[in-house]
Design a protein around this ligand. Structure first.
Ligand code: NI
Length: 144
């Protein structure tokens, strides 16, 4: 059986791009500050980011993390957070709980599944009374 090709292991090609000098100067200046080793890596990362975002928007499988903070003294909040995650057990891979301070907890829920389900879970968490901040970071599931 032929092994599946991934973009990471594919052969390297060179191609020409025409664009405004000013745009390239700004870009080069920025990637230098970001400590990119080469312009090629910076452009490849941009392309991957765009592909992943498109994938997210078009509903393929994605992986990601929902990160949120809450005050665990709020009435029933811990039970509600656990209930919600059980409702989405088909996409929850793992949960990490960090006691940030005496009052505040930070939780990272690693998810893998359809983007609309991940959004639905994130919204359920975000709108829970006592959750103070909730963000979603997402990536591809490895295959572009
Ligand atoms: Ni805690």
């Amino acid at each position: 059986m032929q092994p599946k090709k991934t973009l990471m292991k594919d052969k390297i090609v060179r191609f020409g791009v025409s664009l405004e000098k000013e745009l390239l100067d700004i870009f080069d200046n920025q990637i230098k500050k970001q400590k990119y080793p080469t312009r090629s890596k910076a452009i490849a990362d941009l392309m991957r980011k765009e592909i992943v975002q498109h994938k997210w928007r078009t509903g393929k499988q994605v992986a990601g993390a929902i990160v949120f903070i809450y005050n665990h003294h709020k009435r029933n909040i811990v039970d509600r957070i656990i209930d919600i995650q059980h409702d989405f057990s088909n996409i929850v891979v793992s949960t990490q709980h960090v006691h940030l301070s005496h009052d505040e907890c930070l939780e990272i829920v690693v998810v893998k599944g359809k983007p609309e389900n991940v959004e639905e879970l994130a919204n359920s968490i975000r709108t829970t009374k006592g959750v103070e901040h909730c963000t979603v970071a997402f990536t591809s599931t490895g295959k572009l």
